[in-house]
Write a protein that binds this ligand. Structure first.
Ligand code: NDP
Ligand code: MG
Length: 327
């Protein structure tokens, strides 16, 4: 049984006198930087000019270029898009990654797949909230926190875990509970989850459901309610009390339908394809292909993004949400 680490396992004083440079000020960067500052840690921001830069300035941070922030900091916490890690690291961070410093991130992608290799005398840690930045920050402000993961890949200083736990506590993660794992586990499981269940998987399931109903002539608005909108209500119940709680709340008819039809839709061969996906992740095939796509300017990503934007499910969803907002 894995052990959850809580506030009592972490010391906010572990980073007294140290400076953390949060590199990137997007979804995770802003949320993590604000909460760590609120908890008394010394946080500066490293970011290129642009929208994120301006937000960091108006949030009252000391905002520097990525190179200058990295030079000034003891802990360099990289919260850039994964596909940008390698080039920003090589061009702006590497010269500052000197003995005794800490390389930190929220997703092990660049380290595990070898896009970044910090020197031997540098700590390598991971502090990752298990949730989108805005939600993590909301939970922190509510006095609670989002669960998270910490990992130590390289403990050159002998205190790498204390650093990770201190940052996790400062973000409110140890209020909910933090799991210690390996970089490999975090990276592979995170990619697997988002590709097979959470984003890929769920989105296709909802889209097929929506298309089946609308192809058969049912009104798109009703199909949207059934196959997209209600997903949240069902997931909220599972989140609260598991599958049995959800089954207890839906009608017996719905529960019976789940048992007889669910396994006809999601058949055991899905697991075979999930195993193939896990293999592509573990062998680095997925990472290589994604970095190639990013290096080419993301032509396929942009085309897919455009295609989903013009799909009837999204057009209907916007209409339905607008109706809600008018009330
Ligand atoms: P975002 O896309 O929200 O933010 C990225 C930030 O990096 C922005 O501030 C952006 O600034 C900046 N940036 C982008 N390219 C460059 C560049 N070339 N040079 C300098 N700055 C740049 O990313 P996320 O916050 O979602 O993700 C950051 C990390 O956190 C990733 O490693 C991700 O895997 C991890 N993570 C994300 C989670 C999530 O739910 N989103 C959950 C847990 C971990 P600009 O405004 O100028 O573009
Ligand atoms: Mg994820």
């Amino acid at each position: 049984m894995v052990k959850l680490l809580h506030d009592c396992d972490a010391d906010l004083n572990a980073l007294n006198g140290k400076t953390i440079a949060v590199i990137g000020y997007g979804a995770q960067g802003r949320s993590q930087a604000l909460s760590m500052r609120d908890s008394g840690l010394n946080v500066i921001i490293g970011i290129r000019p642009g929208a994120s830069h301006d937000t960091a300035v108006s949030d009252g941070f000391e905002v520097l270029s990525v190179a200058d922030a990295s030079a000034k900091a003891d802990i360099i916490h990289i919260l850039l898009p994964d596909e940008a890690h390698k080039s920003v690291y090589e061009n702006e961070i590497q010269p500052s990654m000197t003995a005794g410093k800490t390389f930190s991130c929220s997703h092990g992608f660049s380290i595990i797949f070898g896009f970044i290799a910090p020197p031997e005398d540098v700590d390598i840690i991971l502090v990752a909230p298990k949730g989108p930045g805005t939600e993590v920050r909301k939970a922190f402000l509510d006095g609670f926190g989002c669960p998270g993961l910490i990992s130590v890949h390289k403990d050159a200083s002998g205190s790498a875990k204390d650093t990770a736990l201190c940052m996790a506590k400062a973000q409110g993660l140890t209020r909910a509970g933090v799991l210690e794992c390996t970089f490999e586990q975090e990276t592979y499981e995170d990619l697997f989850g988002e590709q097979n269940v959470l984003c890929g998987g769920l989105v296709d399931l909802m889209k097929y459901g929506f298309e089946t109903l609308t192809d058969a002539g049912y009104p798109p608005e009703m199909a949207y309610f059934e196959c997209v909108h209600e997903v949240k209500l069902i997931v909220d119940l599972i989140f609260e009390g598991g599958i049995q709680k959800m089954n207890a709340v839906v009608s017996n008819t719905a529960e019976w339908g789940e048992y007889v039809n669910g396994p006809r839709i999601i058949t055991p061969d899905v697991k075979e394809r999930m195993k193939e996906s896990l293999n592509d992740i573990e062998t680095g095939k997925f990472a290589r292909e994604w970095m190639e796509e990013a290096a080419a300017g993301c032509p396929n990503l942009l085309a897919k993004r455009e295609a989903i934007g013009s799909h009837l499910v999204e057009i209907t969803g916007k209409k339905v949400r607008d109706l809600f907002e008018k009330k």
